[in-house]
Design a protein around this ligand. Structure first.
Ligand code: FMN
Ligand code: FE2
Ligand code: FE2
Length: 399
């Protein structure tokens, strides 16, 4: 893409990544991509805000050179040290040997640890200012959104908040870089929630702290380092705030039904259960845990209050893909759910014991269990329908 002016002298100069299959080596993005947004403020002094992952370096540098000569860049603001924003830093230093990197004290140490860079650094803390001419950068430390060294940068003249990972999302930019140039933001919001549940969720407490600390800033534009630039900043702030609150407050009324089945017995019961549950009118999202990457399941576990777990016994334990999903939910600190569990077993069972161990760690409230041996009978299926109905009603009735 070509550089895009956001405000006078302020440019987007990011890279759309459509070739990485797994973000962080874990989260599938091969279908949607991701962007690494970098920004240029070309004033008397020139600052670059965040770099990009170490891909398409030529394109990135060419894009910058549309606006400024590389050797005229004075500062690179490192809001966050994670390599998706610093991947080309070594090359950059070689090309612009007089550059000054700006970041928190912790970033200084990390630059040494990750890149063996121990020169050209200026440490800043909350409230520190850096004048570029007509523009002034103000820094705010936002630890753990998403690493301990993270900060955000506010530019006083243009009233842009360069928020790095905060307010970001998966999904390469599909043309326009601005939220208000799309009629339908559905794709970006869905991918922002997936990004939130996969990457940011564990740090929700820190997200709320950061939002609170930035409350008094007059923000006209939010320019994160992944995804859209928000000229309606309230939209994405409200969404992030809402999602962050789900860490400690009840989420939306709805059910994520996660199931796995080797020979279709648990699956048959799953169908009976959703028949019962769907009568409530509550939204229900169904995932086969063996076939769906956990990346897509976590957003629904995050946003819905109710979870139904359907899984058989496997070698005296819980069906392994289900163990993985529940373990990831624990990593992401997806707590405070109401849950019901069902599943088939062949002889002595064992899955339920495993489920209970996992639920203890998750602090999920187990409301009901329905296990059956082998294939479900007609009576079992009728019981399943009632089980689904009861669970949905219970969710509907909680305030
Ligand atoms: C590889 C494998 C391991 C199993 N291990 C156990 C077990 O340890 N204990 C048990 O009670 N049933 C065990 N079973 C039986 C299944 O739990 C049973 O067949 C159940 O109906 C499977 O439900 P599904 O059709 O939904 O996969 C095992 C089945 C398979 C295929
Ligand atoms: Fe990050
Ligand atoms: Fe990032």
């Amino acid at each position: 893409m070509v550089a895009v002016e956001i405000k006078p002298c302020v440019y987007w100069a990011g890279v759309n990544d459509r070739s990485t299959e797994l973000f962080e080596g874990l989260w599938p993005i091969q279908d949607v991509g991701v962007s690494y947004n970098s920004y240029i403020i070309a004033d008397e002094k020139v600052a670059l805000i965040d770099l990009v992952k170490g891909i398409k370096t030529d394109d990135f540098l060419t894009q910058i050179e549309e606006i400024v000569e590389l050797t005229n860049i004075d500062y690179v603001i490192i809001n966050h040290m994670e390599p998706d924003h610093t991947g080309i830093i070594k090359i950059f230093l070689k090309m612009v040997p007089n550059i000054t990197f700006v970041g928190t004290e912790k970033t200084k140490q990390m630059l040494e640890d990750y890149y063996q860079i121990s020169t050209n650094f200026m440490a800043v803390k909350t409230g520190d200012r850096l004048n570029l001419g007509n523009h002034t950068l103000v820094f705010y430390e936002t630890p753990f959104v998403h690493w301990p060294e993270t900060m955000v940068t506010w530019e006083e003249q243009s009233k842009i908040l360069f928020s790095c990972d905060a307010f970001g999302g998966f999904g390469a930019l599909r043309g326009s870089i601005f939220d208000d140039e799309y009629d339908d933001l559905g794709f970006y919001i869905e991918e922002a929630l997936r990004y939130y549940a996969n990457i940011v969720a564990k740090f929700s407490r820190f997200v709320l702290k950061a939002i609170d600390a930035l409350r008094n800033l007059e923000i006209e534009i939010i320019a994160p380092s992944h995804g859209l630039i928000w000229r309606n900043p309230k939209k994405i702030i409200d969404l992030y705030q809402k999602w962050a609150r789900y860490a400690s407050e009840p989420a939306e009324k709805g059910i994520t039904l996660i199931y796995g089945s080797m020979y279709g017995n648990t699956e048959k019961m799953m169908n009976a259960i959703i028949q019962g549950a769907s009568k409530s009118g509550l939204p229900i999202q169904v995932f086969d845990v063996a076939r769906t990457d956990v990346s897509y399941i976590l957003p629904f576990l995050w946003k819905y209050q109710g979870v139904i777990i359907g899984a058989p016994t496997y070698e005296t334990k819980l069906f392994p893909p289900m163990t993985y999903v529940l373990t990831m939910a624990e990593y992401k600190r997806i707590f405070n759910k109401k849950v019901a569990r069902f599943g088939s077993y062949g002889w002595s069972g064992g899955a339920q014991r495993d489920v209970e161990t996992q639920l203890e760690k998750l602090k999920w409230e187990l409301t009901e269990v329905f296990e059956f041996q082998g294939g479900p009978t007609t009576t079992d299926l009728a019981k399943g329908e009632e089980f689904g109905k009861r669970f949905a009603k219970l969710l509907k009735d909680v305030s």
